[in-house]
Design a protein around this ligand. Structure first.
Ligand code: FEO
Ligand code: CA
Ligand code: CA
Ligand code: CA
Length: 569
């Protein structure tokens, strides 16, 4: 058996072939269980799923939301039971309601809002290896009507005040919860991403150069919520929009606690948030902003985590937000977004630090950050502290390339690596491209038989395997098309192998495991996409395969038939 640097190879499974089957494909010796699909109750005694989508909004608020994304397993009894926090990023209204988007009502708005947010469920593994949900004092849903607090430097700012909340400190709900991250103090971070879709601006789009345009507001909202809920109509409530786009902290172990929007981490289209400890014990948080030509950020806490917690302060409320500049020579700088610095003064349009954070994208523009090819997930390599992040794709890069974004019409994306020389609070770093995704014709650096595109989800497991999940265009392999997939890589040897392929039009996103690595949780998001109102089962009927049902996003658990560590030898 070949070894690298004296250690055993990290990958111990044969790569699976590309697939377009309506199934989750795994290597031989692996199996999966559908644990938590959309519409299932959060406790066994909750309202049962109606396969004709006939559940009410009130029932939906006690069931799994739609479009599962980032998640995390918090052990209760090690690998036997734990709390699983699961994001519900978005909804497909065609599938969410029996008659889809027809004849929109306030009940439909309420159900759609209840299908967003986060689930906290208690799960347990039986002797036979199957997982199930428990009745639990911890089980709850956070939805778009759950009271949440705004904390940190922007709390109470005039831009965050609304008619319903004149103090700018209390928001209803969390929105477009994309990816996630655990904190070292056992809380869950859920990140608000594509919030612009939910707000109606006006018949005409915002003016060129406006803040609203910079934050992606168009002239229409694909979600009809604003027709029945005034806070989503920007003509009536222009500031509600500013209360979304944050990293939100949830304490899964305190069911009475309110979600907290941590404004010190800046407002953008947050993907995930990875927390590590700096040399002084402070929290350092890495974050991507998933838009073409947007940026990669980090936050460095002002005080050691333990000091903050001892004084009942959040380690995430005070500190410095930085944005990354990638220089052509492979070095880089973290640029502080601090009010009063050049470009970030009153004369530049930033009244105070709160406004720098609320308009973090404009602040990053002003200091000369490097526009990237859609930074999505990041993860930190165990042992080295190197930060990897996906640049999923950027087909709008049509005019010029640079060293960190070296491809025009970047259809397939790439993965970046940042090395801060084991000092997470450093203002300097070295960077490299870990891999270029795609096929040979696109100049990919992965073996042709493992070709993939649009890397999105990214996670190092405890043994150092890098799991890569895709969302978007996949290259053909030997002329064969393929669905979205998940691969595992050994970053030190470059070995990379396809581990899972999902059903048609699903994306693979969200990954966590039990501490022993023997149960791996993965989300299959929007199988079949949204179908059509006439035929919801158009391209997928996973996971129920019911002739009268519909495809459902779901959390699955992957285990090995021999009980071993998933992915390992
Ligand atoms: Fe929610 Fe950028 O993916
Ligand atoms: Ca998605
Ligand atoms: Ca994503
Ligand atoms: Ca994506």
């Amino acid at each position: 058996v070949a070894t690298h640097g004296g250690r055993k190879p990290l990958l111990g499974f044969p790569a699976v072939s590309p697939s377009t089957a309506d199934e989750v494909v795994l290597p031989p010796g692996y199996r999966y269980q559908v644990l938590y699909p959309w519409g299932d109750p959060i406790v066994p005694s909750g309202p049962a799923y109606a396969e004709d989508a006939g559940n009410t909004a009130a029932e939906q608020a006690k069931q799994a939301g739609d479009q599962h994304d980032g998640m995390w397993y918090f052990p209760l009894r090690g690998a036997r039971s734990g709390l699983l926090c699961v994001n519900h990023e978005a909804t497909a209204e065609q599938l969410l309601h029996t008659d889809g988007r027809a004849d929109w009502t306030s009940e439909k708005t309420a159900k759609s809002m209840a299908a967003h947010g986060v689930s906290i469920i208690e799960i347990e593994r039986r002797r036979n290896g199957q997982w199930h949900l428990n009745e639990s004092k911890y089980a709850r849903r956070v939805t778009m009507t759950t009271p949440a607090e705004i904390t940190g430097p922007a709390a109470g700012h005039p831009l965050l005040r609304t008619g319903a909340d004149p103090h700018g400190v209390r928001v209803l709900g969390t929105l477009n919860n994309c990816a996630s991250g655990p904190t070292p103090w056992d809380t869950y971070l859920t990140c608000e991403e594509t919030i612009n879709k939910y707000f109606f601006y006006d018949e005409e789009p915002p003016p060129a150069g406006s803040v609203e345009e910079r934050y992606g507001i168009g002239s229409e909202s694909p979600y009809p919520w604003y027709t029945t809920e005034r806070r989503f109509d920007m003509r009536v409530e222009p500031n509600e929009y500013n209360r979304f786009g944050w990293v939100v902290e949830i304490d899964p172990f305190d069911p009475s606690s309110k979600p907290k929007k941590r404004t010190a981490l800046g407002r953008m289209e947050h993907e995930n948030a990875v927390v590590v400890r700096g040399r002084r014990g402070e929290a350092v948080v890495y974050m991507g902003d998933d838009t073409q030509f947007d940026y990669f950020y980090k936050f460095v806490g002002a005080e050691p985590i333990k000091d903050a917690l001892k004084r009942r302060r959040s380690p995430l409320d005070k500190g410095t937000l930085y944005v990354a500049r990638f220089d052509e020579d492979g070095s880089g700088r973290w640029l502080p977004l601090v009010h009063g610095k050049p470009g970030l003064t009153k004369a530049d349009g930033f009244a105070d630090q709160a406004q720098v954070l609320i308009h973090a994208r404009l602040a990053a523009d002003a200091v000369g950050a490097t526009p990237m090819d859609r930074p999505e997930w990041c993860s930190v390599q165990p042992g080295t502290g190197a930060v990897f992040f996906t640049c999923t794709n950027n087909t709008a890069r049509t005019e010029s390339v640079n060293a960190p974004n070296p491809r025009l019409n970047n259809r397939f994306g790439h993965i970046m690596k940042i090395d801060e020389n084991r000092n997470p609070s450093s203002e300097k770093f070295e960077w490299d491209i870990f891999l270029l995704a795609g096929d040979e014709a696109s100049g990919a650096t992965v073996p042709p038989d493992q070709a993939f595109g649009s890397p999105d989800g990214l996670w190092f497991d405890a043994q150092g395997r890098l799991w890569i999940q895709t969302d978007g265009t996949q290259p053909t392999v030997n002329g064969v098309a393929q669905n979205n997939q998940m691969l595992a890589a050994d970053p030190d040897t470059g070995d990379i192998r396809r581990f899972l392929v999902g059903p048609p039009r699903s994306e693979i996103t969200g990954i966590t495991s039990t501490p022993d690595g023997r149960s791996l949780f993965v989300n299959i998001q929007h199988p079949g996409d949204s179908g059509t109102p006439e035929n919801p089962r158009l391209s997928s009927n996973w996971p129920d395969f019911s002739p009268t049902g519909r495809p459902r996003s779901a959390t699955i658990v992957i285990t090995r038939e021999d009980g071993g560590v998933v992915g390992a030898r």
